[in-house]
Design a protein around this ligand. Structure first.
Ligand SMILES: [Zn+2]
Length: 339
């Protein structure tokens, strides 16, 4: 028995010495100390020994086990140290390598134009109001004097969430909501995202940006509308730009007009951007329809007002001479880095 234990001890120590890493050490541990290990087998066989032999053999087995356990422990920490040192050696920072570049982003042209437009209106005393992008039929259509039969309400033109909810087709619902909660005088703009069920092409996008404005007070006339919008255009595009108004139809204003500005590329002489006419169609506007005022809880006998709306995308495209609206939504860095 003693020779057998001596053999186990020396072969275990030899194998521990040879183990190259922690997984090999684990194999050795299982081989000798595991449930089916050699030393465990000896302990199991002790039942067949006599009462005098048992404590003697038990003592030897325990001594051998302690020696093997101690050797394993030492080997484990030696290997761990070695592995740590190796890792430190491999992880050396090469300070001669060029660093990672930090790219600083910049404003998207749409966002920059929107910011610019807001600043101009704030300087004229307007407040900025926001509303939900998912809107009820009532606020998106009924309250704006757009009847059930109007083509704008068809599924070809509008994204319906369900029978009563739509993705807003304009930012005008914000104006109605604001009128219902606030007393005149009102002087607000509502910039934001709007949605139409249009296929994406060079001039159409199912998502685009709008900025609408509303002014209501006693004695507001069409001259106030003209003065305000004329000033806006000159601040936005330069002092040389002239404006003109053409009669138009919108359900929520009466009378309604479209405003043109002299082309800021050719100063009205005629070029590709203005298609030779010297004029660019900029926005729609008009005096708020009495019915819309009533829906907003405002007495049209006492108050009057004007409203206007413009496509922010269109203004950005005109300003930078872009011929494809998709460029504004593709997030192509080669395009965006030019601004
Ligand atoms: Zn032009």
């Amino acid at each position: 028995m003693k020779e057998k234990m001596e053999a186990i001890r020396s072969s275990a120590l030899e194998e521990i010495g040879k183990a190259a890493d922690s997984s090999e050490l684990e194999v050795v541990r299982v081989k000798y100390l595991g449930k089916k290990g050699e030393l465990t087998a000896v302990l199991r066989s002790m039942g067949s020994l006599s009462a005098e032999e048992r404590p003697v053999v038990g003592k030897v087995v325990n001594e051998v086990r302690e020696v093997i356990e101690a050797a394993l422990q030492d080997a484990v920490s030696a290997i761990k140290n070695r592995e740590k040192e190796q890792k430190l050696k491999n992880d050396v920072i090469d300070i001669s390598l060029p660093g990672k570049k930090n790219f600083i982003g910049k404003r998207h042209p749409l966002e920059a134009a929107l910011e610019n437009m807001k600043e101009i209106f704030i300087s004229m005393g307007f407040t900025i109001e926001e509303g939900p992008e998912v809107e009820t039929n009532y606020y998106n259509f009924d309250a704006l004097n757009i009847p059930e039969s109007h083509p704008a309400r068809s599924e070809q033109d509008t994204f319906y969430i369900n029978e009563n909810m739509v993705l807003r087709t304009a930012t005008s619902p914000v104006q109605v909501r604001y009128m219902q909660k606030n007393e005149p005088p009102i002087k607000m703009i509502s910039p934001g995202k709007v949605f139409r069920s249009d296929a994406l092409d060079a001039t159409h996008s199912p998502i685009f940006y709008q900025m609408e404005g509303l002014v209501i007070d006693k004695g507001i006339t069409f001259s106030d509308l003209k003065g305000t919008l004329d000033l806006f255009v000159r601040k936005m595009f330069g002092d040389k730009v002239k404006t003109k108004f053409r009669p138009h139809y919108f359900p929520f204003t009466e009378p309604s007009a479209e405003m043109d500005a002299t082309c800021f590329v050719c100063n009205g002489e005629g070029c590709k951007v203005c298609k030779g006419s010297g004029w660019i169609e900029l926005l729609g506007c008009g005096m708020v329809h009495p019915e819309v005022l009533r829906q907003g809880g405002i007495d049209p006998e006492v108050y009057s007002g004007f409203a206007f709306g413009m496509g922010v995308d269109r203004i950005v495209m005109l300003k930078y001479g872009l011929d494809d609206i998709r460029l504004l939504y593709e997030s192509d860095m080669r395009f965006l880095n030019q601004f």
